[in-house]
Design a protein around this ligand. Structure first.
Ligand code: DGL
Length: 273
């Protein structure tokens, strides 16, 4: 069991922010990543659709024999958290670890949360932050276009389109004087340089992918599920649409070639549920 892979899924590229950190902290682990690129974005879909997609993604990873599943997706974590109760392996989403980190980071008690529309409408991060410390003030903003920018490789902080969209969405949060911002969609850390340049050094960015990877590593350790091998682990990436676009942006973000590691999968044919 301990040498089985860790399964990570997202609607697209966003979950790579968790995968990258997981490989950094647990280099001996094998990772299987699924990006549902044929159906991205999830963040503007209905609750029932998001739950159905999340179940299919998780059961696909289970069919690959994974020992843990990480929903590296703020939308799924916010809307389909109940998945935890139906899976036979440990599961985590991104909301709890990310909210924990934000609560620790804030000094002035004013936290911003950005995510997809489904995430912001669910109020998931806000509820978790206030559950932990009710005196904090939370400001939310949905930023759906960020997902499209990332999926279409508009990720440079020098790109005028990226700068414009960042300013349009984040101006209201900047005006509120937040000192901490939750990047509550795992796609957003991929454009964190542009976000940080706009908000300035006084605002700490909390990367949901990174925090979730650290949390997952802790769970695996506690459960005695860490891989005992001292060999470098392997990564396999599956996407439900064409591999080329995923490969291109993944390589920029991961800063390495992922050539043969990416395969297309037809989720309907592969479905075990
Ligand atoms: N990366 C996702 C999230 O964290 C999903 C974005 C989307 O598909 O809309 O919410």
């Amino acid at each position: 069991m301990s040498d089985s892979a860790i399964g990570i899924f997202d609607s697209g590229l966003g979950g790579l922010t968790a995968a990258k950190e997981l490989v950094r902290v647990l280099p001996h682990e094998n990772v299987i990543y699924f990006g549902d690129t044929a159906r991205v974005p999830y963040g503007n879909k209905s609750r029932s659709t998001i739950i159905r997609y999340a179940q299919q993604d998780a059961y696909f990873l289970l069919s690959r024999g994974v020992k843990m599943i990480i929903a590296a997706c703020g939308t799924v974590s916010s809307v389909a958290a109940g998945l935890k109760d139906e899976l036979p392996v440990p599961f985590t989403g991104v909301v709890i670890p990310t909210a924990n980190a934000a609560v620790k980071a804030t000094k002035n008690g004013r936290i911003g949360v950005i995510g997809t529309s489904a995430t912001v409408n669910s109020g998931s991060y806000k509820k978790e932050i206030l559950r932990q410390r009710k005196e904090l003030t939370v400001f939310q903003q949905d930023c759906p276009l960020f997902v499209s920018l990332v999926e279409n490789s508009f990720i440079s902080e020098k790109d005028d389109i990226v700068k414009l969209v960042v300013e349009r969405y984040l101006a209201p949060l900047k005006a509120q004087g937040i000192d901490t911002l939750i990047l509550g969609c795992t796609h957003f850390p991929i454009i964190s340089k542009a976000i940080s340049e706009y908000l300035g050094d006084g605002v700490t960015l909390i990367d949901s992918g990174r925090e979730t990877a650290l949390y997952a590593a802790k769970i695996l350790k506690e459960k005695g599920l860490l891989n005992k091998s001292d060999k470098q682990g392997t990564c396999r990436y599956y996407v439900s649409d064409t591999v080329e676009d995923f490969r291109k942006t993944a390589e920029i973000f991961l800063n390495r070639s992922v050539g043969d590691e990416v395969s297309h999968i037809n989720l309907e044919q592969a479905m075990v549920r």
